[in-house]
Ligand binder design. Sequence first.
Ligand code: GRF
Length: 218
Amino acid sequence: MKRLIVLASGSGSNLQALIDAPDPSWRIALVVSNKPSGALRRAEASRIPALYLPLASRADASARERYDRQLAAIVEQFSPDLIVLAGWMLILSSAFLDRFPDRVINTHPALLPDDGGLVVACSAGAVPALRGAHAVRDALAVGLPVTGATVHFVTEQYDTGPVIAREETPILSGDTESSLHERIKLIEHRLLPLAAARVLASMDETGNCEAGVGERHE
Ligand code: GRF
């Protein structure tokens, strides 16, 4: 059985979707949160090892790098096959990512393109790729007709890594940030376990992904 580690800062509904996934080919070996979050409470309720690892200061670059090294050292001890960012609100630096090449995936609450570019093709034509922490708010502010969710590999350029799965939802008149985000989360709850299973299934014995999963299409 494959081993997943989930990093989550928020309410943990995506973590819950991974916990509740039917017949998963994995077990969650550890949940880490940088906040005293709902995600930690959900892990504890499911008797999954859970660690609260607060970050002292986002502003101090050397503290930030120390944090990523410490996080990587802890995660490494649990021998993960895959690390899933499920609402992890810290950008991971190379101090972390270099230790786990092709093994870190993220769910993002907007449509992201296959080519890492500035626009994404969808049913409404080409729309801007909304990156960063406020993608739901930005979709409403820009007045997009559709948005969605994307699961992708994590690279140092945040929210640009190869796409594993993506799905649209229309933006309805009267949508608020909260109503839209709840609808997007319903998609994420379906997409994230499927994407994790797909990546794990594509790994050979060495843990490397076979071509085709999250391949960059340029
Ligand atoms: C998700 O929408 C995720 O894409 C975003 O933060 C949200 C986390 O939700 N980065 P939850 O904590 O899993 O409920």
